[in-house]
Design a protein around this ligand. Structure first.
Ligand code: ATP
Length: 275
């Protein structure tokens, strides 16, 4: 298979929890929460309030989107995704109708594929779910109200069942209406990985890359304190580019060291630019 065909075969929505490095606690908590989707009869027998929304909180690039995709895969659900910023429009009402479309799309996609459930993922939920402040952002209010209406309308016995997963790195700014019981009332922290997690993420992204004898991923994990999963993926990618430029057979330790510096410097200049 060519690279392109291979990428097409490995559909991103079919990602499994095994392909996510570290985040053991988040994975565990998420899988426990997903029981609600997998065992609806028991949930109903015990009279447990159905789970409608899970909020993933944590810094950028830590795998929140990956976790949402894996949740869809784990529960054999269709996956529909949007970002909060897509709902911000000049015209009043457009954001709200996009929310309606998103839920419709999820239901239709599930019906078409014969699945019993759908996971709707909304990244950057803070953009539409920020605290309401007396009518200053009327357009956002309508969008948020529509989201709340859709969530309240989710039925346990409907087919397909709908689960919302939202992500934010600014939980403190969210409107309390979103966090009420029956809405996003299950919160899972997705933090920066520890050394073991970093090693795991590095090995996932090193798979399929030619690593030389000197390449020591343990050492890379040690030297990348504070790096996110996305940054660790960049380290391996940059190291591969350095190796290729040098016409080296494999990725060696000095390529990795240069890559760590580059990703760290990139981070610094990004931060300085946003000061
Ligand atoms: P954002 O808040 O910026 O949307 P996010 O938390 O949703 O970020 P992802 O989109 O899930 O982050 O991750 C971005 C990329 O970083 C992934 O496609 C993957 O390559 C890499 N990555 C991040 N975390 C992990 C992880 N735990 N394991 C493996 N790869 C990871």
């Amino acid at each position: 298979l060519s690279g392109g065909r291979q990428a097409a075969r490995k559909r991103p929505s079919m990602l499994s929890f095994d392909e996510i490095g570290g985040q053991e606690r988040a994975k565990q908590e998420l899988m426990e929460a997903l029981e609600f989707l997998i065992r609806p009869d028991e949930i109903a027998r015990f009279g447990i309030r159905p789970l409608k929304g899970i909020l993933l909180t944590g810094p950028p690039g830590t795998g929140k989107t990956l976790l949402a995709k894996a949740a869809a895969h784990h529960t054999d659900s269709v996956f529909v995704a949007a970002s909060g910023s897509e709902f911000v429009e000049m015209y009043v009402g457009v954001g709200a109708s996009r929310i309606r479309d998103l839920f419709r799309e999820a239901r239709q996609k599930a019906q078409k594929t014969g699945k019993n459930s759908a996971v709707i993922f909304i990244d950057e939920i803070d953009v539409i779910g920020g605290r309401r402040d007396g009518g200053q952002h009327r357009e956002y209010d309508q969008t948020l109200n529509q989201l709340l209406t859709e969530m309240d309308g989710i039925q346990t016995n409907e087919s397909p069942r709908i689960l919302l997963i939202a992500a934010t790195n600014r939980k403190d700014t969210l409107d309390s209406a979103l966090l009420r019981p029956g809405r996003f009332d299950r919160h899972i922290a997705v933090d920066l990985p520890d050394k073991k997690g970093r090693k795991h993420i590095l090995s996932i992204h090193a798979a399929g890359k030619p690593l030389g004898k000197t390449a020591d991923l343990d050492k890379v994990a040690e030297e990348t304190f504070g790096f996110s999963g996305a940054q660790l993926e960049s380290v391996l990618n940059e190291a591969a580019i350095y190796a290729m430029r040098e016409e080296s057979e494999c990725i060696e330790m000095h390529h990795l060291t240069m890559a760590i510096d580059k990703v760290m410097m990139g981070e610094k200049t990004d931060r300085e630019a946003t000061k």
